[in-house]
Design a protein around this ligand. Structure first.
Ligand code: GLU
Length: 292
């Protein structure tokens, strides 16, 4: 059997909180138990929100927690050319099309749809308005003209075509902390024509994460349940790009169940705050333990 490879992949757009620590610690534990490797990847493609000082603080907090990652850290912002090449491959398969619409125009379109039909505009699992070339139309000639004029645009996946091409099964393996496995079916169509290359950034989370998990030989992805639906899209991209599909565990997020919206949840307590209050790593590890 090949050696398992786990990774923790934070985005340096803020400080690490207990929820992140829980995820990192679960990765650490599962890697240790299986004799696996543990990688740290900095997902800093969003150059408008990510900052080097957050990255330094993340690395410092993880060291304070005592998590031993392999020394080489991959930083996604240094690899935009690789993601571009992956996008080019999808484009060459006829699976990407340019989208010039602003967020505002998309919201206006949804409002018009709702006014006309009396039904809510379909949304993706993140709550964003679902886009589809079939539903919203796409004027090839106009797109070509705007491309030639150098207008900024995103590249969207033509979901209908992508689904037709990835005729292979979209099954993937989910596992739990006790090592139980089950096969589940990805349903990427619920994302509509997802953005694969963002307007202001030459890639997207989905494309980079799939590219890097394969490049780094990741066999086990352990991350929060908030990313479970995204896995459907990731499995589709893996099939389209001929990449292996890791096994996935989506853990619960740690939150207080006080129900009070404004109450600060336990999961969002920054590690820096605990450190400043005199907690030691042992204490933080105890607080970050995932229930169940
Ligand atoms: N970078 C993502 C985040 O911080 C996590 C990505 C992943 O684990 O796939 O939310």
């Amino acid at each position: 059997m090949t050696q398992p490879v786990f990774r923790f992949a934070p985005s340096p757009n803020g400080r690490l909180h207990l929820g992140h620590a829980a995820s990192a610690l679960l990765n650490e534990e599962l890697a240790r138990r299986s004799g696996g490797r543990l990688l740290l990847r900095i997902e800093d493609i969003d150059v408008t929100r990510c900052r080097p000082e957050y990255e330094a603080a993340i690395i410092d907090d993880l060291a304070w927690l005592g998590i031993a990652f392999e020394p080489h850290i991959r930083r996604q912002s240094r690899h935009f050319d690789e993601y571009r090449a992956a996008a080019d491959r999808l484009a060459a398969m006829g699976l990407l099309y340019p989208c010039f619409r602003t967020r505002r125009e998309i919201a206006q379109g949804a409002a018009a749809f709702e006014a006309a039909t009396g039904a809510p505009a379909p949304r993706d699992p993140d709550g964003a308005i679902l886009r589809s070339r079939a539903l919203h139309g796409h004027d090839e000639a106009e797109a070509a003209r705007r491309m030639a004029a150098g207008e900024p645009h995103a590249l969207r996946l033509d979901m209908a075509r992508a689904r037709a091409l990835a005729s292979e099964s979209l099954a993937y393996t989910r596992f739990d902390a006790a090592g139980r496995e089950e096969t589940v079916m990805a349903d990427p169509a619920r994302w509509g024509d997802a953005v694969i290359v963002r307007k202001e950034i030459p890639t997207s989370y989905h494309l980079s994460v799939v590219h890097d998990d394969a490049l780094q030989g990741v066999t086990h992805v352990v991350r929060g349940v908030d990313l479970e639906a995204a896995t459907d899209l990731h499995v589709l991209l893996q099939r389209l790009l001929d990449l292996p599909t890791p096994r996935y565990l989506h853990h619960p997020l740690i939150f207080d169940d006080s129900g009070e919206k404004l109450a600060k949840s336990r999961g969002s307590t920054p590690l820096a705050e605990l450190r400043a209050a005199g907690a030691d790593a042992q204490e933080a590890r105890r607080l970050a333990r995932l229930a169940g």
